[in-house]
Ligand binder design. Structure first.
Ligand code: SAH
Length: 358
């Protein structure tokens, strides 16, 4: 099978040290093993996290050390393959892993700053009906360095720095918890980028044990939950994960998160014609969310040809916003960015050709 071949090839390539997959502690150990002082690890970490292109650029390290690293280690875990620029300025990047998987990253410009949306897995196992990311299933988890490289390569190519990182591209981040956590901690580490945890958002389809762990271990990071339905019946139709984790327990867990962290949970709700967009659905949703520190992000569903589902349209989304707000639920309608290059939500698909199916 193609994937097994790729995995085997990955093992061979990774005999080179992948420095960006390490946190500062790991890097310090690695440096100690080659007889270097801890402050050298800190210097190296800074270079890696700030996107240095080669060991030669790391001018505060000795020449011998730079040469040794050049022989034993790699800087980049990903290679940028392709860029697509949307009419609205959104840029989508296709990047390739060492073992030949393709991942997509989106760079967005907002009035208040730039945002990068990264993938946490190559492919996705969750199988949500409306989402293009999972059509080929899960290929593999991405490593911390592969997530860092998505940010760095997108910033380099777009010519701007990201003030926000959203882990909302392909994959289910809470199904790759350890790697996502290391990536977030590396990004937050003052020895590197030093980004505030509050400028990072993780979006999950609702894996309850993952959310509980997230509340404990990453309480300052923003939590977004893809809800898309007001009850189990509707949710079961579109999100297989819902059969495993029911909406009552999910919302209970979100309430606990908001209470424990004092931070608002975002619920993503893509409006799908005839399925979850009636006043009755919205009223049920408002009932369930009543009193919770939360916010609903209404998404006009983007077309995914193979899903057979149709979006309710922007106008209905605006009506839904008024409807929910009148019932005390804070709401926004998500701005669609990059729809013309298939970079909008759910449209990131694997494969070298990006959106070839369209
Ligand atoms: N697995 C995570 C992150 C990836 S999905 C999660 O489920 O949250 C990122 C967001 O895109 C989710 O809110 C998802 O529900 C939304 N999305 C997926 N397909 C979409 C589509 N066709 N139109 C609009 N939003 C979509």
């Amino acid at each position: 099978m193609e994937n097994q071949y790729a995995a085997a090839r990955y093992d061979i390539i990774s005999t080179m040290e992948r420095l960006k997959d390490m946190d500062l502690r790991g890097l310090t150990e690695y440096m100690a093993n080659i007889g270097e002082k801890p402050f050298r690890a800190k210097q190296l970490f800074k270079w890696l996290q700030s996107g240095a292109g080669s060991f030669g650029d790391m001018t505060d390290l000795s020449k011998d050390l730079r040469e040794k690293l050049g022989r034993d280690a790699v800087i980049w875990c990903l290679k940028k393959e392709k860029e697509q620029v949307s009419r609205d300025g959104t840029r989508k990047y296709l990047m390739e892993t060492e073992d030949g998987f393709f991942v997509e990253t989106v760079f967005m410009k907002y009035r208040y700053g730039n945002s990068v949306c990264i993938s946490s897995q190559a492919g996705c196992a969750m199988g949500c009906r409306f989402c293009a990311s999972g059509v080929n299933g899960l290929e593999r988890d991405l490593t911390p360095g592969e997530m860092t490289d998505q940010v760095l390569l997108a910033e380099g190519a777009a010519g701007g720095s990201a003030g926000h990182i959203v882990i909302m591209g392909t994959g289910e981040p809470l199904a790759n918890f350890d790697n996502v956590k290391t990536f977030i901690e590396n990004t937050h580490d003052p020895a590197g980028r030093g980004m505030s945890m509050r400028n990072i958002t993780v979006s999950t389809c609702g894996i309850i044990p993952g959310i509980k762990r997230f509340t404990e271990e990453l309480p300052q990071v923003n939590l977004a939950v893809s809800l898309h339905a007001p009850n189990d019946d509707v949710r079961n139709e579109i999100m297989p994960i819902s059969m495993r984790y029911g909406i009552d327990e999910l919302l209970c867990c979100c309430r606990a998160h908001a209470e424990k962290t004092g931070r608002r949970v975002t619920f993503e709700y893509a409006l799908i014609k005839g399925l979850n967009d009636s006043d009755r659905h919205l009223s049920e949703l408002a009932g369930r969310l009543r009193g919770m520190l939360c916010h609903v992000n209404l998404i006009p569903l983007n077309d995914v040809i193979e899903s057979g589902l149709r979006g309710s349209g922007r106008e209905r989304a605006e009506e839904a916003k008024i409807f929910l707000e009148s019932r005390g639920i804070p709401c926004t309608v998500r701005r669609e960015l990059g729809a013309d290059i298939d970079a909008a939500c759910g449209q990131l698909r694997l494969g070298k050709t990006g959106a070839a199916a369209h």
